[in-house]
Design a protein around this ligand. Sequence first.
Ligand code: PGA
Length: 258
Amino acid sequence: MGSRRTLIAGNWKMNGSRHSLSVLAEIARPTNDLPPHIEVVLFPPATLLAQTATLAKKTASKLGGQDCSSNSAGAFTGELSAAMLNDFRATYGLLGHSEGRTRHGESDDLVRQKSIQALDAGMIAVICIGETRDEKEAGRTFDVLADQLAHSVPKFSSADRIVIAYEPMWAIGTGTTPSVEEIEGAHAHLRDCLTFEWGANAGLISILYGGSVSPHNAMEILGLPSVDGLLIGGASLNPAKSAAICSNAAALHMGAGA
Ligand code: PGA
């Protein structure tokens, strides 16, 4: 099995100001003590990209952009291209987050175009998928995930630069998570779909869980065999919670990359 990344990704969403830099520094500093196979990625708002890039350079954390345009340059007011993010030394792009899909009607096709831009700029694309509560209650979770995966993820790219984040929409910011059996089932299903499409290279694609991750549930979720890391929203704003989640990952995966 290839060497997949263990990722702990913090998505700050539309939070933070210049005054949050000390908080970001507090979050980034402990990453120096993590085993090298665990990567911590900070996704700050665009206004803090430059300062977070400086922090990331001084620590073992990596920088990511929360979104990118599906175009490479030109008359696209308000958008940031993947190359612009990469110019700030962002090595990760977060694409297809459910907030973009629901608030701005982003389709799988658009998410795929954005992912292609991120990959073309040399970044790692973290592509989010997840079912709604209605889809879950109708027993359609697996079908929805397979469909989103098939249409959002660019084919013919390097598998080691693709990361999938499974984020059930109903779990984001609600304090409610699926059961560990449901998470394991969804991740195993995604792994099967990836293997069908990518063959042995699927082993290089990490699958993260996201949605109401906290220091209370991180250990249990990270301990599941098919979970390769976490995408964290609310808890990533808090240095103590962030550090607790990272040390859970270090405890569980200690020696895994040695
Ligand atoms: P949450 O957000 O951890 O606050 O639920 C997760 C996400 O939106 O990525």
